[in-house]
Design a protein around this ligand. Structure first.
Ligand SMILES: [Zn+2]
Ligand SMILES: [Zn+2]
Length: 321
């Protein structure tokens, strides 16, 4: 890996003041514990520092944390038992969501915010973000809940279409039950509504349906264009999420064709690893930069208190990292 010194430009301040290489999708708690993982809701000394160190070893020197809001106990009353109120899903699909969500609701929004703000106060190059799930009916209540906190940016994601987790290995059969076209229409209609809402700063892993390798015969370019157009109108950025490289999808989110539509619509980008442990912080950054460059991007955006600035992409990453 080559040395990746901060790039100097008018938009990112004096050299070294705040590095231009950022990973904007980081979680501090895993879904499946790893050896040495923090207990749910705990932020032991050194946890955030471990992410900073692992990312720095990959030349990534700005870390945006984006914990899942659905995992925070404060959000549970708003989200409700949403798998029970979707009449379109079979009991097995509702049951899979029921088996997953309540068990994951073991973080505290208050403690998470305090941990990241504490790291900021210690001088670490971190940003306070959040990954929120999009359910149209409770969007306003979610935004009210999180309004008191000093977010640098919000990621909006569609993991659930109604009560169906599109990214769960347990419910991949739903693609066939709905029919592949219909299943993708259902996902992308929800994503397009999120993109058009203007409620978030960044759209997360925009073609998440491919996570376990399920794909339409031909990519749904018409949906890519609609998502990109909606994001462009609402000035919502799209993330290049490298986690797909480590999953059966074996590809970045979004695909090259989707990213090309985003570029054509002049949608801004950020990069995120979707790490859920320190060792993955900054992973795949080089591949993301390579894909962005191939799509014609020369800049990504950075956020501070929900205000964006364009900064140069850095093109000298080792794509194998
Ligand atoms: Zn996660
Ligand atoms: Zn996500």
């Amino acid at each position: 890996m080559q040395d990746l010194s901060p790039v100097s430009s008018q938009s990112c301040g004096p050299p070294g003041s705040f590095p231009a290489v950022g990973d904007y999708h980081l979680h501090l708690h895993p879904h499946d514990p790893y050896p040495g993982a923090p207990d749910p809701g705990e932020y032991p000394d050194g946890l955030i520092e471990a992410y900073v160190e692992a990312a720095a070893a990959r030349g990534v020197t700005e870390l945006g944390f984006s914990e899942h809001l659905y995992r925070c106990v404060e959000a549970a009353p708003i989200l409700g038992r949403f798998w029970e109120t979707d009449p379109t899903i079979p009991a097995s699909v509702a049951g899979a969501t029921e088996a997953f969500v309540p068990a994951e609701q073991n973080l505290s929004l208050e403690s998470y915010v305090a941990a990241v703000l504490g790291a900021k106060e210690r001088g670490l190059p971190v940003l306070l973000g959040l990954e929120i799930d999009f359910f149209p009916e409770n969007l306003d209540a979610v935004l009210d809940l999180i309004d008191p906190y000093p977010w640098d940016y919000l990621i909006g994601s569609v993991h659930w279409v109604g009560g169906w987790a599109v990214d769960s290995s347990a419910t991949q059969g739903e693609f066939e039950r709905r029919g592949p076209e219909q299943a993708h229409d259902d996902y992308y209609r929800t994503l397009t509504a999120l993109a058009g809402s203007g409620a978030v700063d960044v759209l997360g892993h925009v073609d998440l349906t491919k996570k376990y390798g399920y794909r339409l015969e031909a990519e749904p370019l018409h949906w890519y264009r609609r998502v990109a157009a909606a994001a462009s109108l609402s000035t919502t950025a799209v993330e290049i999420n490298t986690n797909g490289l480590r999953l059966p999808a074996s590809e970045l989110y979004p695909s090259p064709a989707f990213l090309a539509e985003c570029a054509a619509a002049e949608v801004d980008i950020v990069v995120g690893s979707d790490a859920h442990r320190p060792a993955d912080a900054g992973r795949g950054y080089g591949s993301a930069i390579e894909a962005a460059t191939a799509a014609g991007y020369e800049h990504r955006v950075r956020f501070a208190r929900r205000t964006r600035t364009k900064v140069p992409l850095i093109g000298s990453h080792d794509p194998n990292e």
